[in-house]
Design a protein around this ligand. Structure first.
Ligand SMILES: [Zn+2]
Length: 200
């Protein structure tokens, strides 16, 4: 067993308020098979190992105490930072072949006590999303949400391994100009893709 400074947590039932108030953090991996909405997005002809693809996550909670103005009552604001990295097997819309889309997201959330306070929260910061906390919060669902949001609207290889004959001569005009010579020499485009990290 790997010794880790972070506490083991229940990803499906986390006391998010306590997690943030105590400034706790957690890191680990979740499998695609535990994220049903990602599994549903996975290409039908993905490798048999696709449900076992792992997403690495890191979650850190923290609290800020602040007064709206000097002398005003101090209020506690809770925040959660969440990073998720992994990949999802998708069908390329250009060459119709399956490929692994690298996923890398990094988000900060302000944790609200209820729907009412979340709705009333001023949207004064584009960088911070508002979520409603719970004593039985599913971090697993939040991880799944973030991966879903990171999926491309139009999945495509960065560089298609080969353009199918029917596409070259097809009427849709999706003809690739010659690929950069450097790309053609690479033995496996998947190997190159696996190293890519995309920040959104
Ligand atoms: Zn492609």
């Amino acid at each position: 067993m790997i010794c880790d400074m972070t506490q083991p947590i229940d990803l499906r039932e986390l006391d998010l308020f306590a997690f943030c108030r105590k400034g706790e953090s957690a890191a680990g991996e979740v499998a695609t098979r535990d994220l049903p909405r990602i599994l549903a997005e996975t290409a039908a002809d993905a490798p048999a190992s696709a449900p076992g693809e792992m997403f690495a996550y890191k979650a850190s909670g923290f609290m800020r105490e602040e007064a709206a103005e000097p002398g005003a009552p101090v209020t506690q604001r809770l925040f959660l930072d969440l990073d998720v990295d992994g990949r999802v097997w998708l069908d390329c819309q250009r060459c119709l072949q399956v490929y692994a889309e690298p996923i890398g997201t990094s988000m900060r959330f302000e944790v609200m006590a209820s729907e009412e306070t979340a709705d009333a929260a001023p949207m004064d910061d584009d960088e911070i999303d508002v979520i409603v906390g719970s004593k039985r919060f599913s971090l697993l669902e939040l991880i799944e949400d973030e991966v879903l949001l990171a999926l491309p609207v139009a999945p495509k290889h960065a560089v298609c391994p080969a353009v199918h004959e029917s596409l070259v001569t097809g009427a849709d005009g999706e003809v690739e100009p010659k690929a950069p010579p450097e790309e053609e020499k690479r033995p496996s485009p998947f190997a190159a893709l696996a190293g890519l990290k995309t920040k959104h």
